[in-house]
Design a protein around this ligand. Structure first.
Ligand SMILES: Cc1cc2nc3c(=O)[nH]c(=O)nc-3n(C[C@H](O)[C@H](O)[C@H](O)COP(=O)(O)O)c2cc1C
Length: 170
């Protein structure tokens, strides 16, 4: 897929079907996150893949939309160190993973965290780290083909503020 089309056609997918994600695809998604640029190349981040069904269930209780997690084929918590622009680093890794997933036909969504303390136990991190986001992935319940529209058509359909409001020149 053209990289620009991949970027502008990305929309969150919250409903997944039952199919598991192929191991090779899973690895490609995580590699895409691993190679993301980051502050001073410190790589102060870990991608914790939550596989144990009990941990997944408990993770669902720690985010604002539990169903996103309960229905997902792959759940990844991004834990970052607390020093430096780590939220930015986490965002870059997250978007890399989600775009790589989309390229392989896998839908995804970031999940805001409602209970950091409980999630900390599940992910197993200390005071020097925090979980920036929990990413959910899966085969979209409603199949979507980014190639069915042009990049401009995806842009025109995006539920976003107008270009002139967001982009300012001085
Ligand atoms: C920091 C952050 C937290 C988010 N938290 C949630 C969440 O808890 N649950 C959810 O369903 N979507 C969550 N999202 C996804 C946003 O709702 C989504 O990016 C936005 O509505 C645009 O969606 P679209 O690209 O499908 O138009 C989050 C996104 C970000 C960047």
């Amino acid at each position: 897929m053209d990289a620009y089309l991949a970027v502008v056609s990305k929309r969150e997918v919250r409903k997944y079907d039952e199919r598991p994600i192929d191991d090779e695809v899973k690895r490609r998604i995580l590699q895409a996150g691993r190679v993301a640029g980051n502050s001073k190349n410190r790589q102060a981040r870990r991608f914790v893949v939550l596989r144990d069904p009990e941990l997944v269930r408990r993770t669902a209780d720690c985010v604002y939309e539990p169903d996103n997690v309960l229905g997902a084929a792959l759940v990844v918590a991004i834990a970052v160190g607390k020093k430096g622009p780590t939220a930015f680093d986490a965002g870059r890794a997250a978007q890399n993973m989600m775009l790589a997933a989309s390229n392989d036909g896998i839908g995804s969504c970031p999940n805001g965290i409602s209970d950091h303390d409980a999630l900390r136990e599940i992910v197993g991190h200390g005071d020097d780290e925090q979980v920036a986001t929990v990413l959910t992935f899966g085969h979209p319940a409603t199949p979507r083909d980014p190639q069915r529209l042009s990049a401009q058509e995806w842009i025109d359909r995006a539920d976003r503020k107008p270009y002139e409001e967001i982009v300012q020149e001085r």
